[in-house]
Each structure stands twice: as structure tokens, then as C-alpha cells.
Design a protein around this ligand. Structure first.
Ligand SMILES: *Cc1c(COP(=O)(O)O)cnc(C)c1O
Length: 375
């Protein structure tokens, strides 16, 4: 069986985890947390990055910092992971779902303005498959309506929009280092603070509502409870696992890009014949090969192809059930305008195996099986 995903592993993880243990400090904000944060700040040119226990918790931090409260509305695509919505819904917000663009599967920036009401607080674009949303348009709308922009860049590490790293374009960005992402620490994530004015609040929210960070810097002589907060610091053991991958981040990206490009050229003929659609990368975006998906005719064909691949030893998967059609999504959200593409395009989408270390032979085999199916 060719699995759909393998957690990234580069070989130095055990050594760094041992080092974290021997350092005598395995809670957060030790050597490896700091190294990872520094690396991310340098690589992305973000103003400030803080590691978190997940992308979900990074998004929850954003909701707390923005003061999301009952009655507020948050605009997002329906075609996304539940965390995009939950982070705001747990604070009483209503999700306002906007249709996607069929070419990138990202929120259709042209439809956002129609979804804004006097209760709207934030826009949460999701960079699906590490392909950037049209951030210039989104930021412009946000500025004119005085809204926060929180990028769900869970899949966006090492990808850019107009030369700038995803996650650094809005007020906040959230990364994921879950084992299904390009770079991993098992469970983990990061919050990107693109405006220094949110830093103090972010540190407090992340440290259980205390000013412990200021205490460690000697800015206050004892630390105390100063605001709302929770526990969002990852352990040094997890950060040590991530550090091993950051050291070879470019190599991991190159490997994934090679696989992505092989899939693309190997399946191009099927696209030209009209059997499948392949991913589209806008000129202003550089992607990170987080995912390789194809879109087939409809739901029935996808079901058949998934089964055919499985019978031939290949684990492919579909992706999100649109949130507006889920039990919780109906309760906590509403769709703005028409669902012209969200359901239709998500029904057609099928993700092929993609991970660091996927071999050329495996990709050649997968392409061969897909071609045989359409024969
Ligand atoms: C993976 C993912 C998340 C959640 O990440 P965690 O680190 O598991 O919390 C959120 N949003 C999107 C778009 C994702 O792909």
C-alpha cells in the first residue's frame, strides 16, 4: 500500500529531543522553541512568531486578541477545516461562509464585501494547498471596513504571495505543524503577529493570562493574572522535533515540489483530454507542494476512482465536507450568497499521496493506475 501521508522525519529528531531533555527544561520557551521562532521570523520576515500547541490554538489566540464575542460575525470559506470556524464559534461568533473560486479552491475575494454587516469583525482567508488567497484585495476590503484579517496559513509554510510569506500578510497568521503538514512537531503550530502592538497581549493570552514573559525579562518584579488566557505553549520535546526539519526546510520543499511537478506533467494529458482538472497556481503565488489534488467529473466518479486506487494499493482521499452543510455549521453559521462552487467542486476533488520521501517509482505507478482507470 502507498499511504496517503507519512509524517516528515529527517533523522536528527531523536538527537534534538535528547538534547531538550538534557537541557533540564522541557516546558515551553526553552532553547528549541526559541530557535524555531527565530528561524521562522528570519525565513518569513514576520515581525513576531510564537510557537503554539496547534494551528487551532493559534487561531483561538487570534480570537481572544481580537476580542471576538457573542454576536460577532467572522467571514470565511465553507470549504475549510473545522478549526477555522471553531476558534471563533467557541467565543460566540457566527460564521459567515463565502463561496470559493473554482480555480484555487480559495475564498472568492470578489464576494467578501457582500457578506459584510455591521456585526462583522474579521475575515479569515484560508490558503488552501499552500496557494495564496488574493491578499491585496482582501486587505483592501478589511481596511475600508475596519476588520481584522486572520490568515489560516495552516498549509502555507514556505509559500508566498507576491514574494511575501503566507501568514505575514494579514494582521495575524496561523501555521500548523501537525503530522499531516509539510513540517511537523506531531501536534503544534505558530501564531504570526504582523503588528507589534499585539505582542504584549499575545504573550499574556499564551501564558494563561499572566504577565510571566514580562517577569522573565525583568520588566515586572512578580507575575500575576492580568487578562483572559489559556495554555498555548508547546513543550520543548515537540519543538526539538520541528527544529530538525527547519534545518533542512529547503530540502523538504524541493523534494515535495519534485513530486508535485511529476504528478502534474504525468497527468497533463488526461487534463488535455478533458478527464480531470489539475491545480491552478496564480502568477503571484509560489506554492509549497502541500497537496496534489485532481478534480474529476463528479462525486460518483470520485467514489469509483478512490475505490479503484485503493484496490491497486494506493490510498487517496477526498477533503472537506463543506462546513455549511455540517451539523455544527448549520447551527453556528450561514452561507452568504449562492453556493455555486463550494459543494460542487469539493465533491469532485481527490487528493493523491504526498509526503516527504515519496519516491519517483511510486509516483510513476500512481500515474499509471490513474491513466488505466480512464482508459
Ligand atoms: C490542519 C489545518 C488546521 C488545523 O491545524 P492543527 O495544527 O491540527 O490545529 C486548520 N486549518 C487548516 C486549513 C488546516 O489544514
Amino acid at each position: 500500500m502507498i499511504p496517503f501521508n507519512k509524517p516528515p522525519y529527517v533523522g536528527m529528531e531523536e538527537q534534538y529531543i535528547s538534547k531538550a531533555i538534557r537541557n533540564g527544561k522541557i516546558c515551553g520557551d526553552g532553547e528549541f522553541n526559541n530557535k524555531c521562532q527565530q528561524w521562522l521570523e528570519n525565513y518569513t520576515e514576520a515581525k513576531k512568531v510564537l510557537l503554539t500547541t496547534s494551528c487551532t490554538s493559534a487561531l483561538e489566540m487570534c480570537a481572544l486578541i481580537c476580542g471576538i464575542s457573542p454576536g460577532d460575525e467572522v467571514i470565511m470559506p465553507s470549504y475549510t477545516f473545522v478549526s477555522t470556524a471553531n476558534a471563533f464559534v467557541i467565543h460566540g461568533a457566527t460564521c459567515v461562509f463565502v463561496d470559493i473560486r473554482p480555480d484555487t479552491m480559495n475564498i472568492n475575494e470578489q464576494l467578501i464585501e457582500d457578506a459584510i454587516t455591521e456585526r462583522t469583525k474579521a475575515i479569515v482567508p484560508v490558503h488552501y494547498a499552500g496557494v495564496g488567497c488574493d491578499m491585496d484585495v482582501i486587505n483592501n476590503i478589511a481596511r475600508r471596513h475596519n476588520l481584522y484579517v486572520i490568515e489560516d496559513a495552516a498549509q502555507g509554510m514556505c509559500a508566498t504571495y507576491k514574494g511575501k510569506s503566507l501568514g505575514t500578510l494579514g494582521d495575524f497568521g496561523a501555521y500548523s505543524f501537525h503530522e499531516t503538514k509539510n513540517y511537523s512537531m506531531g501536534e503544534g503550530g505558530a501564531i504570526f503577529l504582523n503588528n507589534k502592538k499585539y505582542l504584549e497581549m499575545a504573550e499574556i493570552v499564551r501564558e494563561k493570562g499572566t504577565n510571566r514573559n514580562q517577569f522573565f525579562r525583568g520588566q515586572v518584579d512578580k507575575y500575576t493574572w492580568v487578562d483572559k488566557g489559556s495554555s498555548f505553549l508547546p513543550s520543548e520535546i515537540n519543538a526539538a522535533y520541528l527544529w530538525a526539519q527547519l534545518e533542512v526546510a529547503e530540502e523538504i520543499k524541493k523534494d515535495r515540489m519534485k513530486s508535485w511537478n511529476m504528478y502534474y506533467s504525468g497527468l497533463k494529458e488526461l487534463e488535455d483530454k478533458g478527464y480531470v482538472s489539475l491545480p491552478y497556481i496564480p502568477d503571484e503565488c509560489e506554492h509549497n507542494a502541500h497537496m496534489f489534488y485532481i478534480k474529476v467529473k463528479d462525486l460518483e466518479e470520485r467514489t469509483n476512482l478512490l475505490k479503484y486506487l485503493k484496490d491497486n494499493g494506493i490510498l487517496a482521499v477526498f477533503h472537506y465536507v463543506p462546513l455549511h452543510s455540517s451539523v455544527a455549521g448549520r447551527k453556528y453559521g450561514r452561507f452568504s450568497g449562492d453556493d455555486k462552487y463550494t459543494t460542487k467542486e469539493s465533491d469532485r476533488l481527490l487528493r493523491l499521496p504526498m509526503y516527504y520521501g515519496l519516491t519517483e517509482e511510486e509516483i510513476i505507478y500512481i500515474i499509471e493506475v490513474i491513466n488505466k482507470y480512464f482508459d
